[in-house]
Structures are given as C-alpha cells and as structure tokens.
Design a protein around this ligand. Structure first.
Ligand code: PMP
Length: 422
C-alpha cells in the first residue's frame, strides 16, 4: 500500500510541512478522542465540522460572564452581549466581503436562509406560470422550499442538468434561463460530488436575463474564499456549524436594496419599530429579519470561528485541502472495485464512492468499527443519486485538520470492508 510519503512529490511535501496540521489539530479537542478503541479519523466534515477551542471558549465565556438578551436592556451585560453579537455580524460581513453589515442576517443555518428567501422574496417575485431554476446537484434544502413555493403559486421548477463528471452543462443552464425565470437558486459547492460550480459565470448569465441569483454556500464558505461583491449574487447562504462554528446559527447575505423591499419572514419582538393593534412599522435591516431572541451565543461562536479560519487563511486551507483531495482520490480511487462519484475538474474536498457489490451502509458500519467517521446514504440529494443510478454512496469529506495518515486509515478500512463483505 502506498503511503503519503510515497505519493507526495517534493513540492507537495514542502507545502505539507508549511501547513502546520499537527499543531492545528491540537486546537480541536474532540479529534484526540478514540472511537471503538481506535484513534478517531473524522471524515464527515460536510455534515458538520469539529470546533476549535476558540469557539468553545467564546460560547462558554458568553454564558459565564456576559449572558444577557441583546438590543433591549440598558444594563451592562446587555450592552456587552449586544456588542459581541454585532461584532460577530461585522466579522461575517468582512468574511463575505459584503458592502454593509446590515446585509448580514443571522438565521438558523442554510436551510432557514433559503426558506426565508423562498417565503418572502420568492412569494412576491414568483407567480403563476413563472419558473425557478435550480441544478441537478442541489441539496434537498435548495429543492424543497422552491417546490413548496412553485406548488403554491402554480409556478414551475426547472432543473439544469449535469454531465457524468458531475459538472453543470453550462449551455443547458443558459438555455433554461427563460423569460419566465424569476430566480436561480444554485449550489456553490456540491455536498456529494464536491463540484465547485462556476458561480461567477452562472450569476453573469442569469443577470444578462435579469434573473436574480441565490447561492447555497453551505459547502463553499468553509473551504474557499467567498466574495459576494465579486460574485454579485443577490443572496448567499451558509451554516455556522460547517465553518467550525456552533450548530443552530447561520447566515443569509442579501443585497440591501432587495432585503429592504422584502416583506418580513417572521413577526415578533426585535423586528418591529412600533406596534399598535392597527398597524406595525417594521424595524430597519437587519433586525427586520431577526424576530425573537436569536441564537446569541451561536453568533458569538460563529464570530470566533471566522476569526479562527481567517487566522489560518482560506488560501492556505484551499491549498492544503486540495493536496489532501488529490492524495485521497488517488489512494481511494486506486482500490479495485471502488468507483468515485463526482470527478469534476474543479472540486473541493469531498470523496464520494461506491464499492461494487457492497451496500454503503455496510461499508460505513465496518469503517465505524475502525474509528472512521464517514457518511453513508443519499446525503439529502436523492435526485442526484438517481442521476448517477445509485441508491446511496459512502462519502469522506475533508477539513484542514485531516491528514494523509487518516486517508491511509480510510483506505485500509475500505480494503477490510471488501474482505469482510465482498
Ligand atoms: N446545502 C448544502 C449543499 C449542504 O451540504 C447542506 C448541509 N448538508 C445544506 C444546504 C443544509 O445545511 P443546514 O442543515 O446546516 O441548514
């Protein structure tokens, strides 16, 4: 069996040395744990990533020292909590290079961000006979909200096809942008295929036809630099928990002009300026979309996660993960009977595969006994499974704290699964 050292050439090895993965791993306490008596190899980062101490400690400090509700009290704790929460918003604004911090709405996650747009902007924008365009590689959370909307409005959901490598067929995508298209909702990076879509070009093509674009960045924000002004998308959504932050918090970016014109999503405290029984005047952005007490600790934790990721640098992260992906593709793809699903030319760190004659759930169970955490199933993308004519797949998804050693462990686990089940 080849190891990292055998495969990496001189240049790669130099880069590995420059990327201090072992030091970084010490920031993630969970990674040191054993599972079933084996060292943990956590390769399920597309589902959720592990949290650095900086995030865990920020949340803890909030609860130990500053816990209070925000935007309401005049007392010291409330002011501290408000400052911390709003600082997190500014960090996210800078992280996405949004023009203004009021363009950053804290939500529960990508799913809620998309539902927010569907039920406010979507409801206003889409009517009978109109179309919403998505791609064949969407996560269920970027399919179902649009289906619900289309059903309600008598509109039609159109789906841009992909090729066998898992890349968008650009001409077909362009062709499907019709005079009836009211919105394109597109995944930036596929959670199953790892495909990095040419979203800049896709946004441009949509704008040529006056179609606004929402990008699902759940799998992009943790792995590559996102600049919403350069992308020029109308909306961008991501989840904190995949970006090394807490669960239950995420972000919707929207262009201020659009957000301003949109009706509110939920009614309640904080989203109002004044209320009488006759009439309510809504609050300004971003508060208009943050009804009720938000996940304050979560947003603070997300701010700490953004700082942490910036400290390593997304360019360094992308380069190191690219190296891991190339290594993993060679090592896993080289095992006989293994077929990798998703071979796009532009790919982020996801390796989905099937093994001839063995069900992915059985593979997952054998790997689990070896301390390896991977995902098996349809990955919330059932139409994509159908496209590749497979019922399910096993997915190893990478983060910057993974190592070539863990990939070697995965490859050994796959060989074992083949021996036991093949
Ligand atoms: N879109 C994509 C591409 C995803 O991978 C995920 C999470 N697997 C989501 C949306 C939904 O994210 P969340 O569950 O955090 O709302």
């Amino acid at each position: 069996m080849s190891t990292a050292r055998d495969v990496l050439n001189g240049v790669d090895r130099e880069r590995s040395i420059r990327f201090p993965v072992e030091k970084i791993r010490q920031d993630f306490p969970l990674l040191a744990n054993a599972v079933h008596g084996k060292p943990l190899a956590y390769l399920d980062n597309a589902a959720t990533s592990q949290k650095p101490l900086a995030v865990i400690e920020a949340e803890e400090l909030f609860y130990r020292r500053d816990c209070s509700n925000i935007h309401r009290g005049v007392h010291e704790l409330s002011e501290r909590a408000t400052r911390w929460y709003e600082d997190a918003r500014t960090k996210v604004q800078q992280f996405l290079n949004a023009r203004e911090s009021r363009e950053i709405i804290f939500v529960r996650g990508t799913t809620e961000a998309i539902n927010l747009v569907a039920s406010t902007f979507g409801r206003k924008q889409v009517g009978a006979g109109d179309e919403v365009l998505i791609t064949a590689m969407e996560h269920h959370s970027n399919i179902v909200p649009w289906q619900i909307l289309c059903e309600e409005k008598g509109a039609r959901l159109r789906v841009a096809p992909i090729n066998d490598r898992g890349e968008i067929v650009f001409e077909e995508y362009e062709r499907l942008l019709s005079p009836r298209t009211r919105l394109a909702a597109l995944v930036h990076v596929s959670n199953v295929l790892g495909t990095i879509n040419p979203v800049r070009e896709m946004v441009e093509a949509a704008h040529r036809r006056n179609v606004p674009v929402l990008l699902d960045g759940a799998q992009a924000a943790p792995h590559l630099k996102v600049d919403v002004q350069a992308l020029d998308c109308e909306f961008y959504a991501f989840s904190g928990h995949k970006l090394y932050g807490p669960t239950g918090v995420g972000v919707l970016y929207g262009k201020a002009g659009l957000l301003d014109a949109m009706p509110p999503y939920q009614g309640g405290g904080d989203m109002i300026r004044s209320v009488t029984f006759e009439k309510t005047i809504y609050n300004t952005l971003p508060y208009k979309f943050e009804a009720g007490t938000p996940n304050i600790a979560g947003a603070i934790g997300l701010g700490a996660a953004v700082d942490y990721v910036n400290g390593i640098g997304l360019d360094n992260i992308a380069a190191y993960e690219g190296e891991l992906l190339a290594y993993g593709t060679r090592v896993v793809g080289g095992i006989s009977g293994v077929r990798i699903i998703g071979t796009a030319r532009e790919k982020a760190g996801v390796i989905s595969f099937v093994i001839e004659g063995i069900h992915p759930h059985d593979v997952g169970t054998v790997l689990d006994q070896e301390g390896i955490a991977v995902r098996t199933g349809h990955h919330c993308a059932q139409p994509l499974m159908e496209r590749f004519k497979i019922p399910a797949a096993t997915r190893a998804s990478l983060a910057f704290y993974n190592t070539t050693r863990e990939i070697d462990v995965l490859a050994a686990g796959i060989r074992k699964a083949k021996e036991l089940l093949g």
